[in-house]
Design a protein around this ligand. Sequence first.
Ligand code: HEM
Length: 348
Amino acid sequence: QYIYQRRKAQEDKAIANHHGCLPAPRLQNQRPWGVDRLEQIFRADAESRLMELFLFHFRQTGSTLEQKFLGTKAYGTIEPANLEAIMSTKFKIYLIIDRNLSTDRAGDGQQGRYVFLDAVAKSSADRAALRGQIINLLAAGRDTTACLLSWTFFLLVRHPQVLAKLREEITTVCGDSGELTRDVLKRLPYLQNVLKETLRLYPSVPVNTRTTVRTTVLPTGGGPDRKSPVLIPKGSAVAFSVYSMHRRPDLYGMDAELFRPERWDEDMPMHKDPTNAKWAYLPFHGGPRICLGMEFALAEAGYVVVRLLQRFPHIKLPQDEKVELVGVEQQVMTLVVSIKQGCRVEIR
Ligand code: HEM
């Protein structure tokens, strides 16, 4: 084991030298084993402000970081060029299902209840096929679209000018027509901007991880100038947060924290660099494992928004509802990021 570890370390060092890798800035722990980090995470989670904590970490270190946590080294990044590398094939997808797919569910209070995973498992023992089914139907297709719709209305009632402009576009293009096909939806550019901007500020999958199947290199983020490649040894986890990347002022402008659908018709800083232009906006991720339901989800969400606005001519913020800066509201984090208090609107 010792000889194997030493040989692996030597090989990794040779790869690092070959690519000119330098370490990424380390997120400093105040207490051994990163216990302080654990406390911070539990506290932020209890306050429903986990994403704010992640933003704070990246503000401390820059857009790529190294972290020692409970004895293991992990990496985090919100750099478009690194996301491009991560979403290529040198990383494997973190397996959700293997943790949950167990024939031994008796102990967790699920007896007698319909569990979709168990029902599908009766027709196939192939774990990869089961995983695909679950991701398709539940994890991938349901909560993601539901979150997009909730955040859209959450933002619309807090930005009445945007809502008015959207209503105007819908009235001009659709009138009272019953037909609402994909072609009609394509003729609603402001609606597309509203959905795009909502997914920028609240990407349904805000944080994700990949694990390296072999020792590899992130193209940037290391060394004093944070521009050198970073070595990622085989088996390491790299977390990436599109939520944080989507709020970077150097990519989206100084008003990156604001909900402003008009920005999608303007020239943004990210367009100056071809890699950033392609990899700085990733609500559906990218590369070979890009969301398979992207087109469908946008059509579905667009359809529901139009129909709700047509059906309810007066939708507004309830009088007793709190208005806070975008991103400061309490959130619930699971695989997706949702609104802790739900999306309350007044309709007439
Ligand atoms: C706004 C709605 C949606 C968002 C933001 C979204 C986002 C994503 C993201 C970020 C991934 C990549 C996950 C990863 O690589 O770990 C993904 C994967 C996937 N999505 Fe979606 N999704 C949405 C709706 C849907 C819908 C409606 C369906 C199906 C009807 C769907 C089907 C899938 C599938 C099958 C994958 C896995 C693709 C693969 O691993 O090859 N998604 N989605």
